[in-house]
Ligand binder design. Structure first.
Ligand SMILES: Nc1ncnc2c1ncn2[C@@H]1O[C@H](COP(=O)(O)OP(=O)(O)OP(=O)(O)O)[C@@H](O)[C@H]1O
Ligand SMILES: [Mg+2]
Length: 302
């Protein structure tokens, strides 16, 4: 059974805006799926469709074979959702909020409290468990909303920009937690994010959206094949021969596009023969960020 299935999924809003346009995606259980794309690409709309908050205007979607539009309650029992603007209660403490949301999922107060305390500890919020939410900072609220989404131990977690507003350390903690949830608990993760470097560290597959359409989908290696951009050789050297096709990125720093490692010894020899001293040299494959820009620019120039 797939964790997530989108079949020709489309959503046109009442104002005529086609936010999601015939998207097909199948995700196996345990994947950490990075759903990427510029502002307005249709990511949040897709998450809302997968949670039954919106109904499709075309095609269909399913979470563990459950159609969220037809059976929202069953979908909510399977899913946890973190959005940018999670609703919680300012006049209640952190742990009270978690106990309240636990009760909505049928947990007893003591079950919620136990699970809530574990989550608060993992998210480094134990010290604020008994503070009213009104006194939480943006980052603390964001982490509490992640705890809220996990209170009923869902099988899939939808995260819509879960680290926006977090400081680098908190963002890293959340990313580590996401990875742990997938690797140790087998939870499938559907992550909408603009933070491509983190996404490259934690995701197993990616979907790249633009203007409602899925431009590309797959693992990092399969996406690399789409870019045909080979590798980049980064060189720090006192001087390089004029004949070497390269881009100067800083004083003494150059980038040379290469197709394979076979080209490296010849390049090194040419620099040394030209009287240059080499301080550093490394070959890098295209990053997720490189692929993202390559594919979105290609789309714009087409
Ligand atoms: N309720 C709505 N009514 C009309 N149009 C909407 C509505 N919600 C979103 N849209 C439009 O649908 C498109 C997709 O929006 P969506 O929020 O899904 O994008 P996104 O990929 O999540 O963007 P971001 O990265 O900014 O969060 C945008 O053009 C947006 O203006
Ligand atoms: Mg969004």
């Amino acid at each position: 059974m797939n964790a997530v299935t989108l079949k020709g999924l489309s959503k046109t809003y009442a104002n005529g805006k086609k936010a999601v346009d015939s998207v097909n995606i199948s995700l196996a259980c345990g994947e950490v799926f990075g759903f990427l794309g510029p502002n307005g690409a249709g990511k949040t709309t897709t998450v809302k469709l997968l949670n039954g908050m919106l109904t499709p205007t075309g095609g269909s979607c399913a979470v563990f074979d459950v159609d969220p539009a037809k059976n929202p309650q069953k979908t909510h029992a399977l899913s946890g959702v973190v959005t940018e603007h999670a609703q919680m209660y300012d006049t209640m403490t952190g742990i009270e909020n978690l106990i309240f949301y636990g009760s909505l999922y049928g947990l007893t107060p003591s079950e919620s409290e136990q699970q809530g305390k574990t989550l608060l500890e993992e998210l480094e919020l134990s010290h604020a468990a008994n503070q009213k939410l009104a006194a939480y900072s943006t980052g603390m609220r964001q982490r509490l909303s992640l705890a809220r989404a996990l209170i009923h131990q869902p099988q899939i977690l939808f995260l819509d920009e879960p680290t926006s507003g977090l400081d680098p350390e908190s963002a890293q903690n959340v990313h580590h937690m996401i990875r742990r949830l997938a690797s140790e608990h087998g939870i499938t993760i559907f992550l909408c994010t603009h933070q491509l470097r983190y996404a490259q560290e934690i995701c197993t597959r990616y979907g790249l959206m633009e203007e409602g359409r899925l431009l590309a989908e797959g693992t990092l290696d399969s996406l690399r094949l789409l870019t045909d951009s080979g590798m980049t050789l980064k060189i720090k050297a006192s001087r390089i021969p004029e004949t070497l096709l390269c881009q100067k990125t800083a004083p003494d720093a150059y980038e040379v596009p290469i197709q394979s490692e076979e080209e490296i010894p010849g390049i090194v020899r040419s620099i040394v023969n030209a009287g240059g001293d080499i301080y550093h040299i490394s070959a890098t494959l295209p990053s997720l960020e490189d692929i993202y820009f390559h594919l979105t620019r290609k789309e714009k120039s087409a």
